[in-house]
Design a protein around this ligand. Structure first.
Ligand SMILES: Nc1ncnc2c1ncn2[C@@H]1O[C@H](COP(=O)(O)OP(=O)(O)OP(=O)(O)O)[C@@H](O)[C@H]1O
Length: 290
C-alpha cells in the first residue's frame, strides 16, 4: 500500500492564530494513517485542542490545508461529518435526557451507527440506557460520551483528554475497549496529559511544542532506534536521562546487544521538550516537517 493510500488526514503548511493572539501554528505539516491510535502530547497551551478542532473542521486555517480523505475539514461536507467525531474535553451532555434518548440523536445522525457495539460498551462501563443523564456523575457522563464515540462508525475519532475524570477501573476499561474497538480503516487521536493512560495503547506519538511538531513517531520505530531503561547510574551514552534516588531513567541510542523496554512516554516527552530528541521516526518516508 502506498503512503497516499494509507494516509487519511493530510495537514499541509497549516497556519493558525486566534484573533488578537500570537500565531499558534506556523506551517505545520503531517499526515495520519488509518488503523493507528495516535497520542497527541504537549504542554498546556501547546495547541492540542486547537489542532483537533482544526481537524474536526470547527476552526478555519489562516493558511494551508487540513484534508480528510480528500475533503477539506472546514467545508464540513455531510460525508465528512458522517465519518468524524470529536469529543471535546468539556462534555456538554443535555442533562434532561435519558441515555437511550441521547444515544438516539447520534443513531439518527451517523449512517454506520453500531447498536451492538454501543450495548457492549455501555455494559463494560456499567451504564444503563434508562439512566437519566442528570443523575450521572461527571465520570459516568464522560464514559457515555466515549462509548458513543466508539460506536458511531466514524473513521476519524478525535478524543480530547478522554480519561480525565475516569476512576482507575474505568481507565483500564478505556484501554481495553479502545484496543478492541478500533478497525483497520479508523484513526483515533487521543490528546492527553495522562501518559500512563495511553501507554501500551498508542501506535504513534506526536509531540507539539511552540507551534511545531517536535516529534512524530511510531513507537515500534522508537523502540528499535532507542533504549528506554534504568540503571544505578547515568550511562555515558545517554541522550537524555533523569536521576532518582536509586539511579537513573534514561534514553540511549540503540546498540547491538543492548535492548531496552517499551517507550517511556513521560521520559520521551521531557527529552523532546528539552530538545534532546526531535524529528520523524516513522516506518516510511513522510512529507517534510515544519
Ligand atoms: N477560543 C480561543 N480564543 C482565543 N485563544 C484561544 C482559544 N482557545 C485556545 N486559545 C489559546 O490558544 C493556545 C492553545 O490552546 P489549546 O487549548 O489548543 O492548547 P492545549 O494544548 O489543548 O492546552 P491544554 O493542555 O491546557 O488543554 C493557548 O494559548 C490558548 O490560550
Amino acid at each position: 500500500m502506498t503512503l497516499k493510500q494509507k494516509s487519511m488526514v493530510l495537514i499541509q503548511n497549516l497556519h493558525f492564530s486566534y484573533p488578537k493572539k500570537p500565531t499558534l501554528f506556523k506551517g505545520l505539516t503531517m499526515n495520519l494513517e488509518k488503523g493507528k491510535v495516535i497520542g497527541l502530547l504537549g504542554k498546556n497551551g501547546a495547541g492540542k485542542s486547537t489542532l483537533m478542532r482544526l481537524m474536526a473542521g470547527l476552526l478555519k486555517p489562516n493558511a494551508g490545508t487540513v484534508v480528510f480523505e480528500g475533503k477539506h475539514s472546514f467545508d464540513r461536507d455531510p460525508d465528512f461529518l458522517d465519518q468524524m467525531i470529536f469529543v471535546s474535553e468539556q462534555i456538554s451532555v443535555p442533562e434532561f435526557l435519558k441515555v437511550k434518548d441521547y444515544v438516539g440523536v447520534y443513531r439518527d445522525f451517523y449512517s454506520r451507527f453500531d447498536d451492538v457495539r454501543l450495548e457492549n460498551l455501555l455494559a463494560e462501563f456499567q451504564i444503563s440506557t434508562e439512566e437519566k443523564i442528570s443523575n450521572m456523575s461527571y465520570g459516568q457522563q464522560k464514559k457515555l460520551q466515549l462509548a458513543i464515540s466508539l460506536s458511531v462508525g466514524a473513521k476519524l475519532i478525535l478524543l480530547d483528554e478522554p480519561t480525565n475524570g475516569l476512576d482507575i477501573p474505568s481507565k483500564s476499561s478505556f484501554k481495553k475497549v479502545v484496543s478492541a474497538s478500533l478497525e483497520e480503516d479508523q484513526i483515533l487521536v487521543i490528546s492527553t496529559h495522562q501518559v500512563q493512560d495511553i501507554e501500551h495503547l498508542i501506535d504513534q506519538v506526536i509531540i507539539l511544542d511552540e507551534g511545531k511538531i517536535k516529534l512524530h513517531a511510531d513507537l515500534e520505530v522508537l523502540e528499535e532506534e532507542f533504549v528506554f531503561s534504568q540503571s544505578g547510574e547515568m550511562p555515558a551514552n545517554a541522550i537524555y536521562g533523569e536521576s532518582h534516588v536509586l539511579g537513573a531513567r534514561f534514553i540511549a541510542k540503540s546498540m547491538i546487544g543492548i535492548s531496552g523496554g517499551s517507550t517511556d512516554l513521560e521520559l520521551l516527552f521531557h527529552a523532546v521538550i528539552a530538545d534532546k530528541l526531535n524529528g520523524n521516526y516513522l516506518s516510511h518516508p513522510k512529507p517534510q516537517m515544519s
